[in-house]
Design a protein. Structure first.
Length: 182
């Protein structure tokens, strides 16, 4: 009987290592499977886009001297006051009768808007959906999902860098992604 008990003890001591290994593997697989859907949730980005207002109207800039004052207002905490001033200026222009002389210079200024350089600061450790939100706020991209899909197609979604970037407004989506992945 003692010989049988010793064999059972030996078997348990030898088998306990394999049992612990299996328990750890099953535990890790269960945790990864449980959280993996959250890491790659494609519907989560669409839900945040649906909750954002779709009727956004840009405010026209009356900057005739060609300076990039709009860049300073993005970094300046008094941006809200500047927006109020822009709204007052727009209301004043709406109350004045339109003439063809006034419309022509605004059409000539439109190409300079595409040459505008925007400073974008991306914090360290920022994920691609958050980078897309930052670029959307700065007006560099039109659609967050297009940016995310294109970055995945180019296989640069894991290489997007943090830091401060000088980006020309109107840059193509591929060029923008490649610039951020340098």
């Amino acid at each position: 009987m003692t010989n049988f008990m010793e064999k059972v003890k030996d078997f348990l001591y030898d088998a306990i290592d394999y049992v612990l290994i299996l328990v750890i593997i099953v535990g890790v697989a269960a945790i990864i499977g449980w959280r993996l859907d959250i890491l790659f949730a494609k519907d989560m980005d669409k839900a945040t886009l649906d909750s954002e207002p779709t009727n956004v109207t840009p405010i026209a800039s009356d900057n005739k001297n060609g300076d990039n004052d709009s860049l300073d207002s993005e970094q300046d905490p008094s941006q809200a006051a500047n927006e109020d001033n822009n709204k007052d200026i727009e209301e004043n222009h709406e109350s004045e009768p339109d003439s063809t002389d006034r419309e022509e210079p605004s059409n000539e200024d439109s190409p300079t808007v595409s040459d505008e350089i925007i400073t974008v600061k991306i914090p360290s450790g920022t994920l691609p959906p958050t980078i897309a939100n930052i670029l959307l706020e700065k007006g560099l991209i039109d659609n967050k999902m297009d940016f995310l899909i294109k970055s995945q197609e180019l296989k640069l979604d894991t290489r997007l860098k943090s830091g401060e970037f000088q980006i020309k407004k109107g840059i193509g989506l591929e060029e923008l992604i490649k610039l951020l992945a340098r």
